[in-house]
Ligand binder design. Structure first.
Ligand code: BGC
Length: 561
């Protein structure tokens, strides 16, 4: 059977709401594991490392772009939507990976860059040569002048001066919201919409379980607007959802819409657009809460976003492959966060900070754990970024966002055990600075250490998986007499979890209002230790700096009912 005659693959069977219980592990094929020794990670290598991923306790993988691409934006500049970059393997390797992941009960969400292509994409090469006004030219957005859409902001402020670039072949300007080598597709052209749907079907036939839709607020343009979140864009997403859902009711659309909470929420529609959306405003506020030693930033933002359609779910995250974006904070807050977490200006990029979690936290295990406790217990499905589970560092001497995309550190062997190639051939250099070097921070060492961050994450994910309340439960903030303590209840039927976290660098005492919980006994989840029953008075707890608790509320030690 040749590769084009493959049968349609089945996704994992089960609950169509599986994404509510998802714990997502985000990774770059290029940087994960190199099986063929050419210095670049590949699908064969990734497949070999699936047992490791399963051992973490995650159940979904999100793959960064793996398509053929000139890689001027690390693959977010796609030149062929239906192929695999030859450095990463071929479509058979991809298929083998998806099948093996499914065999382990792990779902696969792929990145789909829908807003733009590479300027090397054959559609763009055809468009620039086609006559103005022809359907081929119309695959992209053109103008005779560069002053159209003047209300639209520039996103990559460090590199781009305009959203228009002149094309000498077309003799016209083309529109691009990101790098000038990434022309925006024109979704007013029905042929482009069909191309997108065909691309999705192609990958669905390979068995993928979902798509992360990159940069979707910018899909459709209209004059005299800021070209973000137009009703036309929402209509397009509803159309896509409807088309896919008929045959694939269990496939998810995950929105990358870096927006304020009210606008981001709109990407759920009435439950008829995206199943999931990243919670961009929450992310910097978790960092802010620790820096300010105050629960307020988290409470304020979450209160505004708790109500979403029942079948929808936020995707929440601490770090990812991009800079830690500070677009969804005020200017004063941004300056504060920059001062706190990126005093070294080389760490700043666009409106963000290009650092990994552990360096941001000054390698302070207490704060790294605390942030994970928030990530794993606040409402939504958590997304973990590869390498953060071992506290990997970054390399701000590398350009753009490459510093947070360096090879996974598997061991203290050459190239961090990532590849057998000669070091200069590596996709990106491994981290060697003494504080974060692979010699000190690697999977092999942490595997063997019961107290390592890696094993702590495994244990914590195991605990989380035992409680439906984390993924599916309601959320209620609790009143406290101490602003440094964030306390909330996650409830799903008889599964009631009390979470409490000390955001302060000093020890704290708190009294928590639990008016309707009298008589219940909190059992601390990690050690199953019974705490004093909740009485008529407010419930008292004391904390070490940055400490936290997850309690199951029980009837005298037994589950509530
Ligand atoms: C991705 C970035 C990428 C940009 C342009 C973003 O949303 O996360 O990594 O550079 O889109 O494609």
């Amino acid at each position: 059977m040749n590769r084009h005659e493959r049968p349609v693959r089945n996704r994992l069977n089960g609950d169509v709401l599986w994404y509510k219980d998802a714990v997502i592990y985000q990774l770059h094929v290029k940087s994960f594991f190199d099986a063929d020794g050419d210095g670049v990670g590949d699908f064969k290598g990734l497949t070999q490392k699936l047992d490791y991923i399963a051992s973490l306790g995650v159940n979904t993988i999100w793959l960064l772009p793996f398509y053929p691409s000139p890689r001027r934006d690390d693959g977010y500049d796609i030149s062929d939507y239906r192929g695999i970059s030859s450095q990463y393997g071929d479509i058979d390797d991809f298929q083998a990976f998806v099948d093996a992941a499914h065999g382990l009960g792990i779902r696969v969400v792929v990145e789909l860059v829908v807003n733009h292509t590479s300027d090397e994409h054959p559609w763009f090469q055809r468009a620039r040569r086609a006559p103005a006004g022809s359907p081929e030219r119309d695959y992209y957005v053109w103008s005779d002048t560069d002053d159209k859409f003047a209300e639209t902001r520039i996103i990559f402020v460090d590199t781009e001066k305009s959203n228009w670039s002149w094309d000498p072949v077309a003799k016209a300007y083309y529109w691009h919201r990101f790098y000038s080598h990434q022309p925006d597709l024109n979704y007013r052209n029905p042929e482009v919409v069909e191309e997108l749907l065909d691309t999705m079907r192609f990958w669905l036939d390979k068995g993928v379980d979902g798509f992360r839709l990159d940069a979707i607020p910018h899909l459709v343009e209209r004059e005299h607007t800021d070209n973000e979140n137009l009703p036309e864009t929402h209509a397009l997403l509803k159309h896509i959802r409807k088309k896919l859902e008929r045959k694939h009711p269990d496939v998810i659309l995950l929105a990358e819409a870096n927006l304020w909470q009210q606008e981001a929420r709109e990407y759920f529609g009435e439950g008829d657009e995206c199943h999931m959306a990243f919670h961009f405003p929450l992310m910097p506020r978790m960092f802010m809460a620790i820096a300010k030693e105050s629960a307020k930033p988290i409470k304020t933002i979450l209160r505004q976003t708790l109500s979403i359609p029942d079948e929808c779910q936020w995707a929440i995250f601490l770090r990812n492959h991009d800079e830690l974006t500070l677009e969804m904070v005020t200017e004063a807050e941004r300056n504060f966060l920059w001062e706190t977490y990126a005093a070294d200006k080389r760490a700043r990029l666009n409106l963000g900070i290009r650092r990994r979690l552990s360096p941001l936290m000054g390698q302070d295990r207490r704060r790294i754990e605390l942030l994970h406790m928030l990530l794993l217990s606040l409402p939504g499905s958590p997304v973990l970024y590869y390498g953060d589970e071992i506290g990997m560092g970054d390399n701000i001497d590398l350009g753009d966002r490459d510093g947070v995309r360096t090879p996974m550190q598997w061991s203290d062997r050459e190239n961090a055990g990532f590849s057998q190639a000669a070091p200069p051939k590596l996709a990106l250099p491994v981290i060697t600075d003494p504080q974060f070097s692979y010699a000190a921070i690697n999977v092999a060492e942490q595997d063997d250490d019961p107290h390592s961050l890696l094993n702590w994450i495994r244990q914590t994910l195991r605990l989380r998986a035992e409680h439906a309340a984390f993924g599916r439960g309601s959320m209620r903030f609790l009143k406290t007499d101490n602003d440094s303590v964030l306390a909330y209840l996650r409830e799903c039927r008889d599964d009631i979890i009390l979470c409490a976290a000390n955001l302060s660098k000093t020890s704290q005492a708190v009294r928590i209002d639990l008016p309707d919980m009298q008589g219940l006994v909190p059992v601390e989840l990690t050690g199953e230790t019974m705490f004093p029953a909740i009485g008529r008075q407010r419930y008292s707890l004391t904390f070490q700096p940055y400490a936290y608790f997850w309690f199951k509320l029980t009837n005298n030690g037994a589950a509530t009912s």
